[in-house]
Write a protein that binds this ligand. Structure first.
Ligand SMILES: NC(=O)c1ccc[n+]([C@@H]2O[C@H](COP(=O)([O-])OP(=O)(O)OC[C@H]3O[C@@H](n4cnc5c(N)ncnc54)[C@H](OP(=O)(O)O)[C@@H]3O)[C@@H](O)[C@H]2O)c1
Length: 332
């Protein structure tokens, strides 16, 4: 098999393509013939030892795959060789032609979804649905502001916000990304600069207030952080919910008095841990998400695919903020 290996700590250029023996699945494990692997921002962090989990090296990054069961280990009951499946691999290994998964990580791949779409589904829609439904209890008619709205989790939040009946304001760093968010169903868009100083923070606050209106933002979805957090916090509605999702822009330290003044909640979102703590809630959410796909409300936005050899290029595109929607590796 072929696999992308992280052999030393560092950025995408430290990754190497290796030829390895194809592993045999152990008890309770399944070997997947990987047809597509989703690229997520955490992949850029884990290879730099900047993520919550630190796998021992060398390791194969990539957590989100879709493909066919190639072999099933002892005791595996729910799937058989030949079944189409998709999965989140808690122990990584996705950027490869073959990957091992635990049986309980696998879901049957819906017939109406391609492997590329399935590999672009669970992490982003799972995170954003858990955030909007379970953490913020977003209500129809509420105003939802999404930062980084053209990115992976952001584009999922835009589609889900619309589906849940919210008025969605998509905030992004370019006109091209704003146009993309319109195609996802955003009601309004706003463009912020790629870097924010004190002056542009004030401009962003004014822009959000102008669009959100006097009631402000009931739910803010923030997968960006950094200096973007303060202007958003200044626009929160009374008793609004501010969802803390990620920090590619840095870890923010906004003035805490704003939380008191708005009587708002700052709500943490850690989807991976939530899945491990409450599998039945996760499975219920996945079922509801699949229903939304079947009804045409949401659709994974695969904007570009890359062969396995170009995995580093995909990661570079993501971290340089040039990607829209989801990038997918196609190892075959
Ligand atoms: N909490 C959870 O459970 C969970 C689950 C999955 C992902 N995440 C986190 O969510 C964040 C987004 O993940 P993703 O896979 O959606 O990434 P993504 O597709 O790269 O989207 C991130 C967006 O953030 C914006 N951004 C602002 N400053 C940036 C910077 N310095 N570098 C890169 N992007 C920057 C970009 O939009 P603009 O150019 O428009 O600003 C970009 O589109 C990451 O921090 C990830 O770790 C959290």
């Amino acid at each position: 098999m072929k696999a992308i290996r992280s052999v030393t700590t560092g950025g995408p250029d430290t990754l190497e393509l290796h030829e390895l023996p194809t592993p045999q699945p152990g008890a309770g494990e399944v070997l997947i013939d990987v047809q597509a692997a989703g690229v997520n921002y955490p992949d850029t962090l884990i290879i730099r030892d900047l993520y919550q989990f630190l796998p021992p090296r060398p390791f194969t990054p990539g957590t989100e795959v879709a493909g066919t069961v190639a072999a099933a280990g002892e005791g595996v009951q729910r799937v058989r060789p030949g079944d189409r499946v998709f999965a989140i691999l808690m122990q990584n290994g996705g950027f490869a032609t073959h990957a091992l998964a635990k049986e309980n990580e696998l879901l049957p791949l819906p017939a109406d979804m391609s492997s590329e779409e399935a590999a672009a589904f669970l992490m982003t829609y799972g995170t954003s649905y858990y955030a909007l439904k379970n953490r913020a209890a977003l209500q129809p008619g509420e105003t939802l502001l999404v930062l980084g709205a053209a990115g992976g989790v952001g584009s999922a939040a835009v589609q889900l916000g619309r589906t849940l009946g919210a008025r969605v304001i998509a905030a992004v760093s370019s006109q091209e990304k704003a146009d993309f968010c319109r195609t996802l169903g955003a009601d309004d868009t706003l463009i912020y600069p790629r870097e924010l100083d004190k002056e542009s923070q004030k401009t962003l606050t004014r822009q959000i207030k102008d669009i959100a209106g006097s009631d402000g933002v009931q739910v803010a979805y923030d997968p960006v952080g950094g200096p973007w957090a303060e202007p958003v916090l200044r626009c929160m509605a009374w008793e609004g919910r501010y969802l803390v999702v990620g920090f590619p822009g840095g870890i923010p330290a906004p003035p805490w008095n704003l939380i008191l003044l708005k009587s708002c909640q700052v709500v943490g979102v850690f989807w991976g841990a939530a899945v491990m703590r409450d599998l039945s809630q996760h499975l219920e959410n996945v079922q509801e998400l699949q229903q939304m796909v079947a009804e045409g409300h949401i659709r994974p936005q695969v904007t570009q695919t890359f062969p396995l050899e170009q995995t580093a290029d995909a990661l570079k595109l993501l971290e340089s903020r040039q990607a829209k929607g989801k990038l997918v590796i196609v190892p075959g």
